[in-house]
Design a protein around this ligand. Sequence first.
Ligand code: NAD
Length: 253
Amino acid sequence: MSTTEQRVAVVTGGARGIGAATAVRLAAEGRAVAVIDLDEAACKDTVEKITAAGGRAIAVGADVSDETQVEAAVARVVDELGAPTILINNAGVLRDNLLFKMSVADWDTVLGVHLRGSFLMAKAVQKHMVDAGFGRIVNLSSSSALGNRGQANYSAAKAGMQGFTKTLAIELGKFGITANAVAPGFIATEMTKATAERVKMGFEEFKAAAATQIPVARVGEPEDIANAIAFFTDEAAGFVSGQVLYVAGGPLD
Ligand SMILES: NC(=O)c1ccc[n+]([C@@H]2O[C@H](COP(=O)([O-])OP(=O)(O)OC[C@H]3O[C@@H](n4cnc5c(N)ncnc54)[C@H](O)[C@@H]3O)[C@@H](O)[C@H]2O)c1
């Protein structure tokens, strides 16, 4: 590939929240972007934002935990945008509950979307990266990887994302591919809004309470995470691999 050719990025869970902000940011950096989410129609806003600003983007409906749908989605990206060499594994779900109340289905769903989904996406995209001699993989971990009450499934998945990232970095480095993880703290999205509803708090009150525990004295916005992801996908970031960056408004253990 010539350096002037546009690189193709895939962002999972790109219909809203951190994924949408990341898709918009990567497009602003000159990438063509495939916005993947469960419902193709839900990706429309993100795609329109990108195309209105003069970028290239497509919406693709797929469940990242389904092997057949992932393979079909990546084939569509190759056909319609070109071979993807940037992958952001961002799709995510919560099924919070204390261990004794957590169902096996809730465990499987969370592990399925985050870990199986990221594995399937990385497997489907890596051959295009190897062919190009270039790749950037960014996996979304979380501050919950360090442990969080009510999130045995989610914290296991997000800690798993870190081990997965480091192994990809080791296996794929010689092909010009880096793999890094971004681990957000509290970010204001539909995901944290749903958590506020679950604990019967207004979202503004919930955010204000969270901000008192954050050194920069505010909660994060999706663009804060998109910014960190953009750094790892940069052409010049080829010597940064296997890292976990906590983006949480302060240090975490
Ligand atoms: N918001 C936070 O505070 C926070 C903190 C740490 C980590 N994260 C992580 O960041 C990522 C994005 O979170 P968000 O807050 O933007 O969440 P969000 O709920 O706003 O968006 C997640 C998106 O993923 C999509 N999705 C869910 N399951 C999918 C599947 N099987 N296939 C395809 N798409 C699927 C949803 O439809 C949704 O559009 C997630 O991995 C999340 O775990 C978020």
